[in-house]
Every structure is written in C-alpha cells, then in structure tokens.
Design a protein around this ligand. Sequence first.
Ligand code: PMV
Length: 326
Amino acid sequence: MSAAGSVTAIAHANIALAKYWGKADAASNMPAVPSLSLTLAALRSTTTASADPGLDTDEITLDGAPATGRARERVVRLLDELRALTHSGARLRVRSHNDFPTAAGLASSASGFAALALAGAHALGTPLPPATLSAVARRASASAARSLFGGFVALRLGAESAEPVLDGAAWPLAMVIAVTASGPKSVSSTDGMGHTRATSPYYPAWVAAAPALFAEVERAVLARDLEALGAATEQSALMMHASMFAARPALVYLTPATLRAMERVRALRGAGTPAFHTMDAGPHVKVLCEARAAEAVAAALGAVEGVERVLVSGIGPAAHLVEGAG
Ligand code: PMV
C-alpha cells in the first residue's frame, strides 16, 4: 500500500485508583486483577507516525533519541500487531515525546503506547475502533489500554480492552502529584510484578482481594462518593505495596519522603479536606481531591521535606488525533 501521510496523536497518562499488579498470563499480557483509573489532563504523550516506502525497518525516536533494546522491541512488536490488523507491510517513522518531565520519573508507558497505537493505525491507512486500539495497547503495557479513553476508565478482569466508566466532566476531581526525590534505581513494573508473583506469599491474597476493591471503586465513582472512593483507592495501593514488601528480596518503591507525603495527606483529611493518596511503581505520591481543593493540597504537599515539585492535573480526555490522517 502507499504511504498514508503523517499522523499525530495525543494520549494522556492515567493513574489507577484500583491498581493493576500482576499478570495472569505473561504471553498475552493479561492482568490477574481488574483495574480502574483516572485519565490526567496535565500529562501527555504526543506521537507522530508516517509510513515510508523507503524504510526497511521502523525508525523510532523517543524523547529525541533513537530507541534501542527493550524499548525499541516493545514499540516494534506493537507496530507488527497493527500491521497484521491493517494488512499492511509498511514500515513507519515514529517520533514520540512526553510533555511531562521524564526526570520526574513518572511512568510514560501508558500514554506513550496509547498514542502509538492511535497514530500507528492511522499512518498505516486503516483507522481501528478505540476498543481494538485499547487491546493492542494492553498487550504492550496493560495500563496503556486505559489511556485510550478519558475520564474514569475500567480494565475488567479477563477483558481484552478497557472501557470508559464515567465522563470526567461528570465529576470535577483533581490529582495532585508530589514528585519526591528519586530513591535507588527503580525496578520496571513487569519485572516487579513477576518477582512479586514468584516470591511473595501475600500475592495470592492481593489477587483474591482486588476484585472486591475494584467493585468498590467502581461503585464509588458511579455514585460520585469521594469518601468511599478515597478509602478504596488508598487500600488498593497499600495492599499492592504490601504484596511487594512480602516478596524476597522485598520490593520497596516507597521512600521516607513518600511516607511523609502520605502523612501530610492524612493530616489534611484530619483538618477537613478530603484528600486520598495512591502510589505506583515509584516513590511519588498522587493525591485525589476535589478540583477546588487542589491548590491548597498542592501547597501542603510542596512544603513536605523531600518533595521536589508538585504537579496539579484535572481529568483528561480520550486519546485523539491532532492532524488529519493522510
Ligand atoms: O502497565 P504497566 O506494566 O506499566 O503497569 C502499571 C502498574 C501500576 O502503575 C503500578 C498500576 C496501574 O494499574 O497502573
């Protein structure tokens, strides 16, 4: 087929309220637990893809540098899947960058693979439905399945694709991200999940408990009940981290600054501001609160020792194209 032109897609990062940690099947990258996330307006990946008949391999540039090793393999594997689905043999030139500081150590795989799936399919000349793109992104990084959609998004147990649960406009919440000083070199989520599953006696307990927590998170979102959502969100993250603490050797992403920021969130709550913490495979603390409380929450977190910077985000939209295809 002929080149379909250059296409640019934007996808937003997401933070899970009901966490995904653990794979039921590594080959299909199927999660062992359901998850539910909030898409974030302030953190975006922008990816441009173009089919070039002159290329015999994909040419991939991530944040200004040619992709190599495992990062390149994961991108090429996703593009191979798109080629199979679109019946195209074209090689692509791909450029992707994140508009949030990579130095902040915030995961970019979710927004990156979601933007890649959308831009790639259009560059190959065959737009695919969001559910198909979500399944393609899930196989690269399960959290990426959720970044195809805006607002509150579920990836149900055993589902190929994520699905929207509630539009962001229906409930004006915010996420305040306290970026803490980085600790020791972090372990990738794939490696961390594998290690937890293989060595932690608490892993089966986490997998058994996660569906009920997911259901609680979903019910709270649909009822727009922040207290109930916050309680389930905090338990989901802490239960996930407890499963890692019990691994051998222990997998500890949390640092003293993480614990101090969590303490500050509890103090805010004690003083009457509904605010709830969650942490992923890193030391940063993400705080869920009402949009109107976000600036006060950000100021409180900014004053915590070891917090290097604070980002405030509203709820983000679905992945979308910013230039016409073809
Ligand atoms: O999609 P992955 O492999 O980057 O894993 C994401 C895992 C967590 O961020 C810790 C939780 C989640 O559900 O996003």
